[in-house]
Design a protein around this ligand. Structure first.
Ligand SMILES: [Zn+2]
Length: 410
C-alpha cells in the first residue's frame, strides 16, 4: 500500500536525508463517513527527506495513488471567489501570450472539475485529464471533456494521436503529487507542440521557511517545489524553464513556464528565483534542520495553548477542514478530546469526520447556534475572508487561534 522512497525522484541520487518526521497519519483527504467510524483507518508514515545532490525535498513514503486520488473530495470550484478570479486571470494571460488560434489545444493534467479549463473554453480547444472518476464525471457533465485516468506517456501519446499536439499543457497543484517524473515528462514531450508551453503551479516551499506552513506536508504532496531541482529535471528532457512568477494562493504558489530548449526567451525571473533560493541556503541541508526545529516549537506552543484553554473550561472548535488541517491535527494528536467540531461549508465535507482525529464537520450556520469560545484556524490561507465572515462571533468575545506563522490569539 506504500513504498519507502530511496532514490531521488529528479536526479535518482541516493543521498536522501530526513529532516522532518510528522508521525504516522491517515491520508489528509480521507474524511470519514459515519459508517466508517467503526473501521480502523489506514495510516502511513509522513516523513520529508532532502536530496543532497539536487536539492529536492520529497516524502520518505509513497502511498498507492489509488488510495489517495480515486475518490477525491476536493472540488476546485467550491473554493472562494478569489480563486476563480485567479484562474480567469491565469487563462487570460496564457491565451494572450501563447494561444494563436481557436484550434490550439490546451490540456490540463489533474483538471479537477474544470475550473481552469472553463476559463480557456472560448479561446482554444480544451481537454482535461483527472484520475478521480467522481470528479471527471462532474466535469464532463458541465461540458468540460475530461478523461478519467492518470496522465502517463501512454495516455499522452493517445491524446496526441486523437486531438493533435498541445500548445499548452497545464498542471495546477498536481505536479508535486506525481511519483514517476520520467513517465510524466516523456508524456509531456509526446504531447507538447514543439513551441508549446508546459505551465505548472504549486505551493512554493519558500513559504515553509517564511511562514512555517508545514501543514502543506501530506501524503499527496510527494515533492516540495523549489526552482533549482526543477531546472535539472527539465534539462534531462531537453526542456528549460523560461519564466517564474509567484501568486498568493495556498500561501505562496509559483507558476513555472517551461518549453523545449531554445523555443522561448528566458526571462530574468528565472535567474532571480535561483539566486534568492541560494541566498536563503535552500541548497543546504542545515536550512531544513532549522526549519524542522521551528516546526517542533510551533507544535509545542499550540498544544500548550489549547491544553491550557481546555483546562480553564473553554470550548474549542476548529475552523475549516482543509486537507492540510489534518496534518496539523494529527501531528498535534488532538481530536475530539479537545475540539468539539470542525466548521466547513463544503457540502462534500459537512457530516463527515476528520481523518485520524475524527472531529465532526458541521456547517458555519449550524456552528453559529452553538459557538465555541475559541476557534483554531486551520484554513489560515482564508484568514481575512473568515475573520470578516465571523465578525459577529468576534464581536461577542469569540477568539481565533492562529498558528501560522506563529501562535497568535485574536
Ligand atoms: Zn536529487
Amino acid at each position: 500500500m506504500y513504498k519507502t522512497h530511496d532514490k531521488c525522484r529528479i536526479c535518482r541520487g541516493k543521498n536522501l536525508k530526513q529532516f522532518l518526521d510528522l508521525g504516522a497519519m491517515p491520508p489528509a483527504n480521507s474524511f470519514l463517513k459515519e459508517k466508517d467510524l467503526a473501521e480502523k483507518e489506514l495510516k502511513f508514515p509522513l516523513r520529508v527527506l532532502f536530496c543532497e545532490d539536487c536539492g529536492l525535498s520529497q516524502l520518505g513514503e509513497v502511498v498507492d495513488p489509488d488510495i489517495l486520488f480515486k475518490n477525491y473530495v476536493y472540488l476546485s470550484s467550491g473554493m472562494p471567489k478569489k480563486f476563480s478570479d485567479h484562474f480567469k486571470d491565469y487563462a487570460d494571460e496564457m491565451v494572450g501570450r501563447f494561444i494563436k488560434s481557436k484550434e490550439d489545444l490546451v490540456v490540463e493534467i489533474g483538471s479537477n472539475d474544470g475550473i481552469l479549463l472553463s476559463a480557456f473554453k472560448n479561446s482554444a480547444r480544451i481537454l482535461g485529464v483527472d484520475p478521480a472518476e467522481n470528479i471527471a464525471k462532474i466535469a464532463n457533465e458541465k461540458g468540460i471533456e475530461t478523461i478519467a485516468d492518470y496522465f502517463s506517456e501512454k495516455l499522452a501519446g493517445g491524446i496526441a494521436g486523437k486531438y493533435g499536439r498541445a500548445k499548452i499543457i497545464a498542471g495546477n497543484n498536481v505536479i508535486m503529487h506525481i511519483n514517476d517524473y520520467d513517465d510524466l515528462f516523456k508524456g509531456i514531450k509526446a504531447l507538447l507542440a514543439d513551441d508549446g508551453v508546459f505551465v505548472f503551479e504549486a505551493p512554493y516551499m519558500r513559504d515553509m521557511f517564511d511562514n512555517f506552513a508545514f501543514d502543506t506536508v501530506y501524503h499527496e504532496h510527494l515533492s516540495y517545489l523549489t526552482a533549482r531541482p526543477f531546472t535539472k529535471l527539465f534539462s534531462r528532457f531537453g526542456m528549460e524553464i523560461f519564466d517564474i512568477k509567484e501568486f498568493p494562493v495556498h500561501g505562496v504558489s509559483l507558476r513555472i513556464c517551461a518549453g523545449n530548449i531554445g523555443k522561448h526567451q528566458i526571462l530574468p525571473s528565472v535567474a532571480e528565483y535561483l539566486k534568492s533560493e541560494k541566498d536563503m541556503g535552500l541548497d543546504k541541508f542545515e536550512a531544513y534542520l532549522e526549519l524542522a526545529e521551528k516546526i517542533s516549537v510551533i507544535k509545542k506552543n499550540v498544544l500548550s495553548a489549547i491544553v491550557d484553554l481546555k483546562k480553564n473550561g473553554k470550548n474549542i472548535a476548529v475552523y475549516g477542514a482543509p486537507a492540510k488541517g489534518n496534518t496539523l491535527l494529527n501531528y498535534l494528536g488532538a481530536g475530539r478530546d479537545i475540539f468539539d467540531y470542525a466548521v466547513d461549508d463544503l457540502p462534500s465535507k459537512i457530516g463527515s469526520y476528520t481523518p485520524g482525529t475524527r472531529i465532526p464537520v458541521i456547517s458555519s450556520e449550524k456552528a453559529r447556534k452553538n459557538p465555541p469560545d475559541y476557534y483554531l484556524l486551520l484554513a489560515w490561507n482564508y484568514k481575512d475572508v473568515i475573520l470578516e465572515k465571523e465578525k459577529e462571533f468576534r464581536q461577542k468575545g469569540g477568539k481565533f487561534i492562529i498558528f501560522i506563522p506563529e501562535l497568535e490569539i485574536i
